[in-house]
Design a protein around this ligand. Sequence first.
Ligand code: FAD
Length: 296
Amino acid sequence: MPADLVQRLRAPRPTVSVEFFPPKTPEATSLMLAEAAQLRPLGIDLASITYGAGGSTRAATLDAGRELVALGYGVIGHLTCVGHSRAELEALVDQYAAAGFSGILALRGDPPRGATGFTPHPEGLSHASELVALVRARLGSRLAVGVAGFPEGHPDSPSPEEDLRWFAHKVRAGADFVTTQLFFDNADYLRGVAAARAAGVDAPIIPGILPVRTLRQVRNFCALSKARLPRELESRLEACGEDEAAQLAVGLDWAEAQIAGLLAAGAPGVHLYIVNRSDTARELLGRLRARGALPA
Ligand SMILES: Cc1cc2nc3c(=O)[nH]c(=O)nc-3n(C[C@H](O)[C@H](O)[C@H](O)COP(=O)(O)OP(=O)(O)OC[C@H]3O[C@@H](n4cnc5c(N)ncnc54)[C@H](O)[C@@H]3O)c2cc1C
């Protein structure tokens, strides 16, 4: 499977992946799975499932991931270094493989809410590159390994040069692919890819796109991720007033134009931050296929 997945990510046909987060209640889990089942026949290649920051959703990542595997998705399980010893991470990696996941997105993770700066577990790892190496040492190439990319630079990085240096180091530790943080200006992605290629990184770099639902939602996402909300998009959303259907229409138009531009510029696919809902992905895939940006 991982060899297939790596081949798939490098194939000329663009890869489409969607991101789920593990729900906190049985009702929300049923809803998420119903949405995932609706999306499954639409030519989505991969589903990724996030890993909870504060420990709340950690077992839930494995549980929800297993359900997505059962629906027939190639599943990328996210894993972070936060609060884990090396031995715990090794055990989790084994569990991901036993659950039938196709890949692992190896992340450092963010400090728990309220904490300043990332403090590694005393017997744990300090950077995503070390987790990439741990997964490789544990599983060889049984699972594909991905890492995070930041088109606008990682918020903690002292300079773009440092950011690029550690990014290239992390990929060289054994990553097969990169999925990016959400961004709204394609120039940031294209600049980042050019810099990565110049630094010798040749792994596929899949752009992460948030189809915006509402102004409130996108402001929250930008506050959390430190992504820049372009003034033009913000004004268009503000002009909708309280009309959430109109805000969603603006978000879909922006995402459609962004993805079509990225694919035309050679992006290997798209990763959609769908926030456990199928409607935006369904609409965007339909539009992108209708305009020939994605194959039918
Ligand atoms: C696609 C995607 C999915 C995500 N999914 C999740 C999730 O499921 N759960 C979650 O909690 N978080 C998730 N995150 C958030 C992520 O954990 C944070 O952005 C975190 O701050 C950085 O993680 P990283 O893996 O990029 O870390 P790293 O690659 O370790 O980088 C973190 C910082 O350290 C620097 N650095 C790296 N190596 C070194 C070194 N050796 N020496 C000095 N500096 C170094 C980097 O330049 C960067 O500034 C996701 C992010 C993305 C983009």
